[in-house]
Design a protein around this ligand. Sequence first.
Ligand SMILES: *Cc1c(COP(=O)(O)O)cnc(C)c1O
Length: 425
Amino acid sequence: MIYKRSSALFNEAKQYIPGGVNSPVRAFKAVGGDPVFVKEAKGAYLYDEDGNELIDYIASWGPLILGHAYEPVLNAIIDKAKKGTSFGMPTEIETDLAKLAVSMVPNIDKIRFVNSGTEACMSAVRLARGYSGKDKIIKFAGCYHGHSDSFLIQAGSGAVTFGSPNSPGVTQGTAKDTLLANYNDLESVKALTTANKGEIAAIIIEPVAGNMGCIIPTEEFITGLRELCTKEGILLIFDEVMTGFRLGTGGAQEALGIDADIVTFGKVIGGGLPVGAFAARNEIMSYLAPEGPVYQAGTLSGNPLAMSAGLAMLTELNSRPEVFESLADKTEHLHEGFDNVLRTKGIPYQINRYGSMISVHFTDAPVVDFASSAKGNNETFKTYFHGMLNQGIYLPPSAFESYFLNDALSYGDLDKTIDALKKVF
Ligand SMILES: *Cc1c(COP(=O)(O)O)cnc(C)c1O
């Protein structure tokens, strides 16, 4: 396939936008070459500026779980837009979306809407600190919680890809309040809670990680984490920006059978428009302004277009939860197909999968945390990525990202993808 116009557009963009993109992973730095400029998309397909049709495995990094330009979501946005796009005043639809989200997700009474996953996680931590009166937090190496200062300590995906796990501009003062543990390693968490007894406000985790590839928590680890938090009076924050409304109507809390104290959302909850959210029980949410003292605000928060997209998306998912099974089946089909191809090629690989999240790692040891994920062979990944792209398969352009399947993908698309893999190696 030819990507000539994309390359020309990228060169022009680089003159006016740092690196030519508004979010680093889009620039293809980890895989080399120029990024694909997309013109439009429908269902499972992207149509780029060179007229290529690509099968999409990122779905805007998760939000478009039912495919691109999904009619009910689209129509909701169009209808709403005609009535005005922003007011800075309360609207009924905010309550409609809040009510629906609270009914779908276990263990939450109230929800506050923001504009991104970053804002959601940043605000959740402020709330945890305000509520508990403690400063420190624990995060896990390779987990990504957005780009706010406290989290840019060994963050996954973009931050790792660019070799700047500790970004310049994050002060020592901020960094010292973020303690780092290893995923699937309860002992590493216990060592921190023991050494910082009574000082830790919260532990934040991707309950199924997706920013160092897809990594599944062991039952022992995630149950142990819950018990430890309860015992030590630490708030457990599930960052469900990726897993919320993707692993099921109740997200990872429901899938894993674990209650978190605060939950953050993004991606699917906005149906493709910029929405983030954080939620908890009344007791915790009542600390938030204007009810309580912890400040948090947003000019465009609860924006009517964004709310209408989110409401249409969640309504759809809630009315046919079997879609999550359909997605998991499709992901399993892809997994089996990839397994069959890669097994015959003699290349070391691991495939991790949970629900509709899946990732391929070119290493012979199980990928269970950031260190094992980082052992993947990036040269092999580059060959794989470009080999697939040349055949019209659009995968995440970094070995540290999970793929996000969307329900518009047909079994024909999946088989085409598996066939493409046969021709790569
Ligand atoms: C994407 C993501 C974020 C950040 O969300 P943005 O909307 O990009 O700010 C936070 N946490 C997780 C787990 C994510 O996958």
